[in-house]
Ligand binder design. Structure first.
Ligand SMILES: [Zn+2]
Ligand SMILES: [Zn+2]
Length: 347
C-alpha cells in the first residue's frame, strides 16, 4: 500500500480536511500517476454531501485528474514513465458485457466503476483525485497531448467529454444549429467544442451576464431564458439542444425550439423527474434524450480534438486550502468556469 496526501470529506456536513489515504499496490496492468491538477466538478459536491445517495466516509472525490506517470506494472504497454496522462469519471468496468465489448464501457451493463465512492472489482471503495497520487488500470488512463497545459486539461476529463460525446453522437457540425442551455463548467465547454466542430451555436442562459464570454467562445447568438420573447423568437430553430442545467426546465418551451427531427439532450441531472408533454414531441418528430460521459476511446478522441483545435476550458487555479470556499462559490455559480486544484499545494 502507498500512503498519500489527500483532501477528504469526513461527513456530509463538515468541511473537507487534509488527510492521508491508501492507494493499492501497483498491479501488473496498473499505472501510478503523480497528480498535478484536479478539477472541481459539481458532482463532487453532490456526492460528498450525500445528495446522490449514501456514501462512506472519509471520502476523497475528484474525477478530473491530470498528472505524470511515475511507475508502471510489468504488463503495462499503453503508458510509460514520464507520460502526461489523465483520468476521468471511471476507472474500471466489467469488460465482458455487450456495451463494454462495443467500446462503450461508460454504459457497462454491470455498472462502470466510478473514480470515487464506488466499490471497485477488488471490493475496495474508490478514492478520487484530490490527492497526490492515484493507481489506475492502464485501460482507463488517457494520454494528455503536450499542447494542452496540465491545469486546462483537467476539466476536459469530465466537463469536456460529457459535452463532446452528445455533440459528436448527434453530429453537430457545419450546417447544424446547436443551442447550449446554461453557461457553467459544462456549458462553456459545450459552446467551445460545438463551435470547433463547425456548428452555428446559440447560448441560452438565464440572463445576459456572460454574453461577452459566450460570444468570445465563438457563439453566434446569446439569449436570456428569463425573457419570454426568446422562446417565441427561436421556435423551430435548432437541430440539437444540449441542456447542461441541473434544475428543472419547462420542457414544452425548450422542445418547441427544435426544428424537424431535432433532439434535446440532457447532460445536467435535476434530482426530480422532468414532465415531458408528448404533444411537443409529435411536432417536428422531436426527441428527448440523455447522455452519460463518454467512452475511453471517445475521451481520447476529445483530448486530441481539443489539442488540434487549440481549445481548452477557462480555469481558476486554487490551492488545497481553498477547496471549501470554492465549493461555496460553485454553488453560487461564482466561477468562470472551472476550479482546478493545484495538487503541488498538497505535497
Ligand atoms: Zn464531473
Ligand atoms: Zn460491462
Amino acid at each position: 500500500m502507498l500512503t498519500v496526501n489527500a483532501i477528504a470529506a469526513t461527513s456530509a456536513t463538515d468541511p473537507l480536511v487534509r488527510t492521508t489515504i491508501e492507494r493499492r499496490d501497483l498491479g501488473a496492468r496498473d499505472v501510478l500517476i503523480e497528480i498535478r491538477y484536479a478539477g472541481i466538478c459539481h458532482s463532487d459536491i453532490h456526492t460528498v454531501r450525500g445528495e446522490w445517495g449514501d456514501v462512506s466516509y472519509p471520502l476523497t472525490v475528484g474525477h478530473e485528474i491530470v498528472g505524470v506517470v511515475t511507475e508502471v506494472g510489468g504488463e503495462v504497454s499503453k503508458h510509460a514513465v514520464g507520460d502526461r496522462v489523465g483520468v476521468g469519471c471511471m476507472v474500471n468496468s466489467c469488460r465482458e458485457c455487450p456495451n463494454c465489448r462495443a467500446g462503450q464501457e461508460q454504459y457497462c451493463e454491470n455498472g462502470n466503476t466510478g473514480t470515487y465512492a464506488a466499490v471497485d472489482r477488488d471490493g475496495t471503495v474508490t478514492q478520487g483525485g484530490y490527492s497526490t497520487h492515484v493507481v489506475v488500470d492502464q485501460d482507463f488512463v488517457l494520454r494528455v497531448p503536450e499542447s494542452i497545459p496540465y491545469e486546462a486539461a483537467a476539466p476536459l476529463l469530465c466537463a469536456g467529454i460529457t459535452t463532446y460525446s452528445p455533440l459528436a453522437h448527434w453530429k453537430a457540425g457545419p450546417g447544424t444549429k446547436v443551442a447550449v442551455v446554461g453557461m457553467g463548467g459544462l456549458g462553456h465547454m459545450a459552446v467551445k467544442i460545438a463551435v470547433a466542430m463547425g456548428a452555428d451555436v446559440t447560448v441560452l442562459s438565464q440572463t445576459l451576464s456572460k454574453k461577452d464570454d459566450g460570444l468570445g467562445f465563438g457563439a453566434e447568438n446569446y439569449h436570456a431564458t428569463r425573457d419570454e420573447a426568446t422562446f417565441e423568437a427561436l421556435r423551430n430553430t435548432f437541430d440539437l439542444i444540449i441542456n447542461t442545467v441541473s434544475a428543472p426546465i419547462d420542457m414544452a418551451s425548450y422542445l418547441g425550439l427544435l426544428r424537424l427531427d431535432g433532439t434535446l439532450v440532457s447532460v445536467g441531472a435535476p434530482p426530480e423527474p422532468l414532465p415531458v408533454p408528448v404533444f411537443a414531441l409529435f411536432g417536428n418528430r422531436r426527441s428527448f434524450a440523455g447522455s452519460g460521459i463518454g467512452s475511453i476511446g471517445e475521451t481520447q478522441e476529445m483530448l486530441d480534438f481539443c489539442a488540434e483545435r487549440g481549445i481548452a476550458p477557462e480555469v481558476e487555479v486554487i490551492g488545497a486550502d481553498d477547496v471549501n470556499d470554492a465549493y461555496e462559490r460553485v454553488l453560487r455559480s461564482d466561477v468562470r468556469y472551472r476550479f482546478v486544484i493545484d495538487i503541488d499545494t498538497l505535497r
